[in-house]
Ligand binder design. Structure first.
Ligand code: BTN
Length: 330
């Protein structure tokens, strides 16, 4: 059996769980069992509390683990996940951007299936070089894939991810989440999550792709309202439900669904994914305006092409839109 390392939070947690199963355990006893100092015990207790565990302490008695976390810490997420593609979970309390960290990992061999997840990001990135405010309470993660799909289909990965996030929210919270082109996840006309794709590809093959997922889970919308630069209203799961939800459950659901739809894309091509995306979108058949820099195009959204571009009927012309910000007139 490998040697225990009680400097690692998950191993210290196991010890605390075992030792406090039938009551309080003193700091001294924990220090002795773990072979670490009293102050190292205190540091671990503080760290586990920061991760969301409830640890009661009683003067003269010691500590007791009184509640589990709902934060997607790697050992809990790995235990809960039923996927085959997640190979490695990199977790940070604070990072500049999970996307940047994931990109630096992506070029290495065996990086396929690496998840980078952070409690908060200092320089989170959104689409179109926008800032993505990422305070504590959100679900901010990036997924490294080395996909065996034709380079032409790589534009569909954000659709796969958006569909997965939408389905995860629906199942995990029962909220009526829907999709807005290209990859926004909406609740009641407000944006609750977004997807960012970074790739390294050549004409014939995709070297790697990093899918960034930003889900406003347990954050107050007011704390991220300045993201409203594309004129889109913002919401969070917490604001829609009126209470917090388990980010661990949401992370599990969205990674499981991501694997499911990704495998569907790999094995069966884009048509099924695009069909499901259309079913979850309420913008088709509606009047929309597309802003591309200083240009705005008006028209009726009629469908999606096989590469995920949006079909727009503008007057008597049918045009394909590859990028832009969309406003839907409901
Ligand atoms: C959008 O503009 O809608 C996309 C937002 C994507 C944000 C996520 S949060 C995790 C990952 N890290 C980043 O810096 N950005 C993405």
């Amino acid at each position: 059996m490998p040697a225990q390392d009680y400097g690692k939070p998950d191993q210290f947690l196991s010890l605390l769980k075992a030792e406090s199963a039938s009551g309080y355990v003193s700091g001294q006893a924990l220090a002795k069992k773990a072979g670490i100092s009293r102050s190292a015990v205190w540091k671990q207790i503080r760290r586990l509390r920061r991760y969301g565990y409830t640890i009661e302490s009683l003067h003269g008695m010691g500590y007791r683990l009184a509640g589990e976390t709902d934060s997607p810490v790697p050992w809990e997420l790995a235990k809960a996940l039923n996927t085959s593609f997640v190979k490695n979970i990199v977790y940070r309390e604070t990072v500049d951007s999970t996307q940047n960290l994931a990109m630096s990992i992506a070029s290495k061999p065996d990086s396929h299936g690496t998840i980078v997840i952070a409690e908060q990001q200092k320089s989170g990135r959104g689409r179109m070089k926008r800032k993505w405010l990422s305070p504590k309470g959100g679900l901010w993660l990036s997924v490294v894939l080395k996909p065996s799909i034709p380079t032409a289909q790589v534009t569909l990965l954000p659709f796969v991810a958006a569909l997965a996030v939408c389905e995860a929210i629906r199942e995990g919270t029962k909220l009526d989440a829907g999709l807005k082109w290209p990859n926004d996840i909406m609740i009641s006309g407000k944006k609750v999550a977004g997807i960012l794709l970074d790739i390294s590809a050549e004409a014939e093959q995709v070297n790697y792709a990093v899918i960034g997922i930003g889900l406003n889970a347990n954050v107050d919308s007011s704390a991220i309202a300045s993201r409203l630069d594309a004129g889109i209203m913002i919401t969070s799961i917490k604001d829609e439900l009126g209470h917090e939800t388990s980010r661990l459950v949401l992370a599990r659901l969205l990674l499981e669904k991501l694997e499911h739809y990704y495998l569907e894309l790999e094995r069966q091509g884009p048509s099924g994914i695009l069909q499901k995306w259309k079913q979850r979108s309420d913008m088709l058949g509606k009047q929309v305006s597309v802003t591309q820099g200083s240009k705005t195009i008006q028209g009726i959204a009629t469908g999606l092409n096989d590469d995920g571009s949006l079909l727009l009927k503008a007057g008597d012309k049918e045009i394909s839109i590859v990028s832009g910000d969309i406003k839907v007139r409901y």
